[in-house]
Design a protein around this ligand. Structure first.
Ligand code: PMP
Length: 435
């Protein structure tokens, strides 16, 4: 009997006892290639010596200091690093302990920004279907999966959902990328006008959709159009890069590839690489200024925000990525992974799409390639693929089910940035067998 709630409601799980590089080992000595990075977290793999050394050194110095009394060198250095690397215009940082906390803080920052500006009537958040922004109540309200939200209605934040930009599922036959980008972004404008432009706080979207849809990048120009629409109506743009950010797609921030700078950006997961729970919100100077000229502070806070151990982990992970040129490896191994996936699975009669950016890739599985019809959810395909992959010593991140008639089953891959061609070969071989 286990007393762990998260374990009691899951099938029997192996006990992880050790990690090294791209592998985890269980209590029975079996090795698993971590091709999912947990959930797109472990960007440096496991037991990275430089991160361990930084954590030991931080622990020897100071493990905790409450932000109401002190700042710490670790938190200051991480904030400096994040701002130095952020797109122009994002020059302040709010440190938290994870992705949901980051989204929650960003939603509240956006709300308070308009209160400070004398527009307290703004109360609507627009987000997208087939998105995930976290499990706390505000982040849950923003997320676009009804099955996660249904039991918790009425939700505490007024959110409205438009379609994601999802070429495989929603671009029409013969429709150009330009036309599709205009049509998909047009939904945002229509929703803002329906709600009243002076009633909307923000539009929230994952730059590249992660777990819920499977590494779905926007078509060219979609986010630029979204940015322009937000600017036109004075609505804030929040990009959630908790999963796709911090190098996962080959640039530090995924939105760099779309030529767009949001007003608020959430990051977590790969920020600390799993060595400590850490997340952050990057915010624009306009938002910072509204707080400093208004009530003087952001009305929020958590006991563990700016935690020195978390900051030390984040800093060490980010320094290793830069020092070892790992973003280049993400790009080259990401391209190679895509090629291997296409070679091994591209002609499979149940593979509908292979997509993604960098080391953030997914294979979408369909019952019928011609109609793109998803599998019957009763088949529990995702659970079966996970089981088959684990039996072959491979961790992948499958998700599935038909929630709104659009979504199929997909297997997400988000391996550590340190992998080489041989590792990629093994991952694809095992995944091919599992499928
Ligand atoms: N946003 C996105 C895009 C995510 O993928 C996740 C986690 N899967 C979250 C927010 C929530 O992060 P956390 O689980 O760290 O609270």
């Amino acid at each position: 009997m286990t007393h762990l709630l998260h374990r009691a409601i899951h099938a029997k799980l192996p006990v992880a006892v050790r990690g090294e590089g791209i592998r985890l080992f269980d209590a029975e000595g079996r090795a698993y290639i971590d091709a999912s990075g947990g959930a797109a977290v472990s960007c440096l793999g496991h037991a990275h010596p430089d991160v361990l050394a930084a954590l030991h050194a931080q622990l020897d110095r100071i493990a905790y200091a409450h932000t109401g009394f002190f700042t710490t060198e670790a938190a200051e250095r991480l904030a400096d690093r994040l701002v130095a690397d952020a797109p122009d215009g994002l020059d302040h940082v709010y440190l938290v302990s994870g992705g949901s906390e980051a989204v929650e803080a960003a939603l509240k920052m956006a709300r308070q920004y308009f209160v400070e500006k004398g527009e307290p009537q703004r109360r609507h958040i627009i987000a997208r279907r087939q998105s995930y922004h976290g499990n706390t109540l505000g982040a849950l309200a923003a997320g676009g999966n009804e099955w996660r939200r249904a039991q918790f209605r009425p939700l505490l934040v007024e959110t409205h959902h438009i379609d994601p930009c999802f070429a495989y599922r929603l671009q029409q036959a013969g429709e150009s990328d330009t036309d599709y980008a205009a049509r998909a972004a047009g939904q945002l404008e229509a929703k803002i006008l329906e709600l009243g432009a002076d009633q909307v706080i923000a539009f929230v979207a994952e730059t590249v959709v992660g777990a819920t849809a499977g590494a779905v990048p926007p078509v060219a120009d979609y986010l630029k159009r979204v940015r322009a629409i937000c600017d036109k109506y004075g609505v804030l743009l929040i990009l959630d890069e908790v999963m796709c950010g911090m190098g996962r797609t080959g640039t530090l921030h995924a939105c760099e590839q779309d030529g767009v700078v949001p007003d608020l950006m959430t990051i977590a997961k790969g920020l600390g690489g799993g060595y400590q729970p850490v997340g952050a919100v990057l915010l624009s100077s306009a938002i910072f200024q509204a707080f400093s000229e208004g009530s003087g502070f952001f009305q929020h806070g958590h006991t563990y925000m700016g935690h020195p151990m978390a900051a030390a982990a984040g800093l060490a992970v980010q320094e290793v990525i830069r020092r070892d040129g790992l973003l280049e490896n993400v790009v080259s191994m990401g391209d190679y992974l895509e090629r291997c996936l296409v070679e091994r699975l591209g002609n499979h009669h149940h593979v509908g799409d292979i997509r993604g950016r960098g080391l953030f890739r997914a294979v979408e599985l369909v019952a019928d390639r011609a109609t793109k019809s998803p599998f019957d959810p009763g088949l529990k395909l995702n659970a079966r693929i996970k089981k088959e992959a684990m039996a072959r010593g491979l961790m992948v991140y499958p998700m599935g089910g038909t929630i709104d008639g659009q979504r199929g089953d997909h297997v997400l891959l988000a391996p550590p940035f340190i992998l080489n061609r041989e590792d990629v070969g093994q991952i694809v071989e095992r995944l091919g067998d599992a499928v």
